[in-house]
Design a protein around this ligand. Sequence first.
Ligand SMILES: NC(=O)C1=CN([C@@H]2O[C@H](COP(=O)(O)OP(=O)(O)OC[C@H]3O[C@@H](n4cnc5c(N)ncnc54)[C@H](OP(=O)(O)O)[C@@H]3O)[C@@H](O)[C@H]2O)C=CC1
Ligand SMILES: O=C([O-])CC(=O)C(=O)O
Length: 264
Amino acid sequence: MTAGTPIGIIGHGAIGRDLAERLLGSGYHVTVLLRAGSTSLEAVPASVGTVHTIDALIGTRPALVVEAAGQSALQTLAPALLSAGIDVVAASTGALGDPVVFDRLATAAREGGSRLVIPAGALGGLDYLAALRGTAEASVRYTSRKPPAAWRAELVAAGHDPAALSGEIVLFEGTAADAARLYPRNLNAGLTVALAAAPTPVTVRVIADPAVALNTHEIEAESDLGTASMRFANRPSPANPKTSALTAASLAAAVRRLLEPVVL
Ligand SMILES: NC(=O)C1=CN([C@@H]2O[C@H](COP(=O)(O)OP(=O)(O)OC[C@H]3O[C@@H](n4cnc5c(N)ncnc54)[C@H](OP(=O)(O)O)[C@@H]3O)[C@@H](O)[C@H]2O)C=CC1
Ligand SMILES: O=C([O-])CC(=O)C(=O)O
């Protein structure tokens, strides 16, 4: 990285704001894409550039762009960046559960000579899951376990009082794609696990658990190579309780990995 290397970020919410601070601190020049009239504009510091269109972001000639805005932003904005030869680091990986979206982005990257990068986000251990490819009898289970406060609306809709749960409630069990579609702001991590482990099948469970205080992600893998059990207990972002504070730190690590000469 040379000082002042331009980086783009889509979104300036809990993740985008934290990430921008981290990148500024490392000497990058940051430009944020926000919709005109967005309330997030108020919190953008003077040291960060702002643009309102994808063409204007491309015009800043970013070394790469990080999406931290939501599944629909990834789906609609990433193709133009990838086609223009700009690598995109995607936070909202859940959008890739739709095979049409996945193919559109993969085609844009192939044709533009760029890469769509899937970061670990709120998790870790993706290298282990990727290594299972081609291994017999492999299976992976991912469990998202968050405090009832993170699932207030869903619990009420299912007839539960979020403040009075005596034990865990399984809200969902099924595929990562269905989980990411049903819970677009909470279950990107399940799709990240599925992308890393593919074609190993992944079962996803979503649990509201009064016994946990943190956003907890559990990954269990079994195969001919052995077993793995990983657990990440993340503090929520102060700006958004659905989002783990780890996510912005993980995106900053992904930027370093892509732009610095020694790759971990
Ligand atoms: N991979 C992972 O492990 C994780 C992924 N995520 C993903 O990251 C996303 C962002 O999380 P978080 O920062 O907590 O969310 P926030 O709601 O705090 O912030 C979202 C930001 O994106 C902006 N935004 C939304 N849509 C667009 C758009 N089309 N164009 C430009 N800006 C847009 C919002 O501005 P405004 O609405 O004012 O326009 C806001 O600034 C989540 O929705 C989720 O998809 C989150 C946690 C973990
Ligand atoms: O940040 C988290 O704990 C996970 C999350 O919201 C997501 O996967 O979308």
